[in-house]
Design a protein around this ligand. Sequence first.
Ligand code: NHR
Ligand code: GAR
Length: 211
Amino acid sequence: MKRVVILISGRGSNMQAILEAKLPVEITAVISNRPEAKGLEIAAQHGIQTVVVDHRKHPSRGQFDAALAEKIDSFQPDLVVLAGFMRILTEDFVNRYQGRLINIHPALLPAFPGLDTHEKALQEGVRIHGCTVHFVTPTVDHGPIISQAAVPVLPSDTPDTLAARVLEQEHLIYPEAIRWFAEGRLHLEQNRVEMNILQASTYSLRSPWSA
Ligand code: NHR
Ligand code: GAR
């Protein structure tokens, strides 16, 4: 079975969805850059080894990333999963895990990279928003896309209600993408992901939709 290490910074709901999806992978560790991350307790409850690499204890990004990489490598993972991990990673770190480092971003990339994506989506007045699973490259939130899920933006939305609607989709598409990786169905070709899956539906989401 493929070995997976999950990196978190906070609540850990995506991590939890991955743990509860009972994927055919071995989750060997959950690592947080914040000792107070709630997700650490959830991981421990699932019997998963937890580790803290506190970024505040390292004087530079490079030194933090080196300490993080050393910890990760001690678990010999085939895949490293960023699940609400909130530290930008250096080029050296990203290159070390090329093709085996993935992230979920709460927007339909390439729209709204970076932080506060739901605020930005409401500000722009987009009618459709969502989330993206992608391979990580040194350019933040710009790596080859594996999958996306879209949701409507409603006139009554606040950043919180929109975030909740997107999060529900994150919990569906992230475990699924990891399953595809584990099954060897994802292949990086240039800067795109070729997928060996059957895709049957041509369903469209329109927003607004007036009944
Ligand atoms: N690193 C690289 N090189 N490439 C990516 O695509 C990355 C990455 C690290 C994290 C997740 C990303 C997201 O999905 C991610 C993708 C944090 C920030 C950020 O600005 C930006 C994007 C993402 C995660 N972080 C601040 C920093 O200075 C700290 C913010 C905080 O601690 O709350 O690192 O959105
Ligand atoms: C998720 O919405 C995730 O997409 C986002 O933070 C939330 C983490 O929630 N990630 C980023 O914004 C990365 N910069 P979780 O800890 O409950 O999975």
